[in-house]
Design a protein around this ligand. Structure first.
Ligand code: HEC
Length: 119
């Protein structure tokens, strides 16, 4: 019996060290969703950004085109879910992340939401 008590204390303080908030978990996943970072395309603050620029020639004129990853700060959870777990797999620039769990998606959502008021 005497051994059990100190063991419990050790385990407890250990688990405290590993404790991270949902916000930190979401931020971590947003940056490293076991695939290309969301931040790479949508930006650290989920504000969206231009990911590529190219030129095309149309009727003898050169037209500049851009590919943008949209701002996703105001996206609803439903929309995010639809995008990450699509019913139909459509061809898209954005990679697929359908291996994410619902918990992970909720954490990402929490992080995106928290960026709303940031400059
Ligand atoms: C390679 C670049 C790239 C990466 C990485 C990426 N996205 Fe995207 N994302 C896009 C582009 C481009 C679009 C717009 C076209 C489309 O919907 O596919 C988009 C669209 C979206 C939309 C839909 C926005 C709307 O208004 O309908 C959501 C939500 C989204 N991304 C979330 C994420 C999340 C969360 C991650 C990380 C798990 C991520 N994206 C990673 C490029 C990217």
């Amino acid at each position: 019996m005497r051994l059990i008590i100190p063991l419990c204390i050790v385990t407890f303080s250990f688990s405290q060290e590993w404790f991270i908030t949902n916000y930190e978990y979401g931020k971590m996943l947003y940056n490293n969703p076991r695939g290309i970072s969301c931040a790479k395309c949508h930006g650290q603050k989920a504000r969206g950004r231009v990911i590529a620029k190219y030129k095309i020639k149309k009727h003898g004129k050169i037209i500049e085109k851009t590919i943008k990853a949209p701002n996703i700060r105001h996206i609803s959870y439903e929309k995010l879910k639809e995008k990450i777990f699509p019913k139909k797999k459509l061809l898209s620039i954005m990679p697929q992340y359908d291996y994410l769990t619902t918990n992970e998606l909720q954490a990402i959502y929490l992080y995106i939401q928290s960026q709303k008021d940031k400059k």
